[in-house]
Design a protein around this ligand. Structure first.
Ligand SMILES: [Zn+2]
Length: 457
């Protein structure tokens, strides 16, 4: 059933953005799969997405992880930095220079770029105001559907809500990523037959799906899950391994890794271990998507400490995959987009990455705090925008203040929430098929590379 431009314009929290897409006339590339399946291709594909993990985040996380092991840090390497293939990824959405996770996850997992805020709906259908945006049978199939058509088992893991944009791109279609629960199904698009993501997840045919977001599901939806539902780490580990498994470990997003010890939630590495152990029993192999979803959230709050702790959790999960997955597994690690997160100011080698910038002064031959024009110290890590602009009369920062877990780094442009950034992000790859990861790539090439790897039609 078609609906009008003005109806969509009124619809949902990203309505204005969607409207802009109508005017842009951008046409998404169709999800063209490979012509032939590579006989020597991988049996399994594991894709890790560090939400918001730009290059500066990787560098800072490398130093943070190294320093937590007693090193100066700069010389350290994260698990995926040993992968032999690397590309830079262009992340823009069809209608946005600086992207969001919905459009980028569609590119990474489904192989075509689309509008900011849209999950697995091509931009040209949105522009045409086609009723097909609500018809999953008329839309390019999700990666879950493609993998299932090849008899692959499918796993989805995220520390965000499972109805959040990135995990949703494994199984769902929505023009507006805000449509997570049934209660969000309102207005003309509901009349047109569009469905929210929670219901789509329950019907998705995914074998293992673990993350947060319990509040997005009705009791009837939980009852309709065709397998086991668990709500904490212990129940997850005890769940029967011959039934589909849904883990909902928090009402909303799972806890930041820095705060997880006080909860009954599993770690990203524990979820990854369980998923690989179970999915690898499937003879035809598996596709597994693992998202470190909260790196992004910590960055939005300019809390570098929690972003870097969640990067450590991602690193541990990648180590599990490296250790457990065989030579027949393509492993990729990438980000959906970057953040305005910077590392700057000439701190000396081994300076605490979360600390105040200190350097060697050749005049005095001493190591001192480096001071700004107002005579005040500053941190190595900062953000171009966000909620914590420091004024000339703000009290001077101390090392105790800036290394506290809740410290929010200094920002330049005053915004309520720090934003994504538009520069390229890295893609690290190893295993069969990874030789195609090279140079500067469009983000939707990743999705087509995955489709090709599994021989999808
Ligand atoms: Zn974000």
């Amino acid at each position: 059933m078609p609906y009008t431009f003005s109806q969509i314009k009124r619809f949902g929290l990203l309505g204005a953005v969607i409207m802009a897409s109508f005017q842009s006339g951008c046409i998404a590339e169709s999800a063209s799969e490979s012509n032939s399946s590579d006989k020597n291709g991988p049996k399994n594909v594991i894709i890790f997405i560090g939400d918001g993990m730009g290059v500066s985040t990787v560098t800072a996380a490398r130093i943070f992880d190294g320093q937590s092991k007693g090193m100066t840090g700069e010389e350290h390497s994260l698990e995926f930095e040993s992968f032999e293939n690397l590309a830079l990824i262009k992340t823009y959405n069809t209608n946005a220079q600086v992207p969001d996770s919905a459009g980028t996850a569609t590119a990474i997992l489904s192989g075509y770029k689309t509008n900011i805020g849209a999950v697995n709906v091509p931009a040209d259908l949105i522009s045409a105001r086609s009723g097909d945006v609500c018809n999953p049978y008329a839309l390019p199939p999700t990666l879950t559907k493609r993998a299932k058509a090849k008899d692959k088992a499918v796993g989805v893991i995220s520390t965000a809500r499972l109805t959040h944009a990135t995990p949703a791109a494994m199984y769902g279609h929505v023009v507006n990523r805000g449509w997570e629960a049934d209660k969000d199904e309102t207005g003309p698009m509901a009349q047109a037959g569009c469905k929210a993501l929670a219901g789509q997840l329950i019907k998705s045919d995914i074998d293992i799906i673990l993350g947060g977001g319990r509040k997005e599901f009705s009791d009837a939806q939980i009852d309709a899950w065709p397998g086991t539902v668990v709500g904490n780490r212990e129940a997850m580990l005890a769940a029967p391994n011959d039934k589909p498994l849904l883990g909902l470990f928090n009402a909303t997003h799972m806890s930041f890794e820095a705060d997880r010890a006080e909860t009954s939630e599993p770690s990203l590495a524990e979820m990854t271990t369980l998923a690989i152990d179970r999915l690898s029993k499937n003879e035809a192999g598996y596709v597994l998507m693992v998202e470190a979803g909260r790196v992004d959230h910590a960055h939005h709050g300019t809390n570098a400490y929690r972003a870097l702790r969640d990067m450590q959790a991602l690193n541990e999960a990648v180590k599990v995959a490296k250790d457990k997955a065989g030579d027949d597994t393509l492993i990729m690690v990438t980000a959906d987009h970057s953040h305005v997160f910077t590392m700057a100011g000439y701190p000396m080698r081994g300076n605490p990455i979360l600390g105040l910038a200190k350097g060697f002064d050749p005049k005095t031959q001493t190591v001192d705090l480096i001071l700004d024009k107002d005579g005040k110290p500053y941190t190595t890590l900062g953000y171009h925008n966000g909620p914590n602009v420091r004024e000339a009369d703000s009290p001077a920062l101390s090392d105790n203040m800036v290394q506290a877990p809740d410290f929010r780094q200094q920002t330049a442009v005053n915004l309520n929430s720090e934003t994504h950034s538009g520069e390229d992000v890295p893609l690290y790859a190893t295993g069969p098929g990874s030789e195609n990861v090279r140079g500067v790539m469009e983000q939707d090439e990743i999705g087509r590379l995955i489709a090709e790897a599994i021989g999808a039609e």
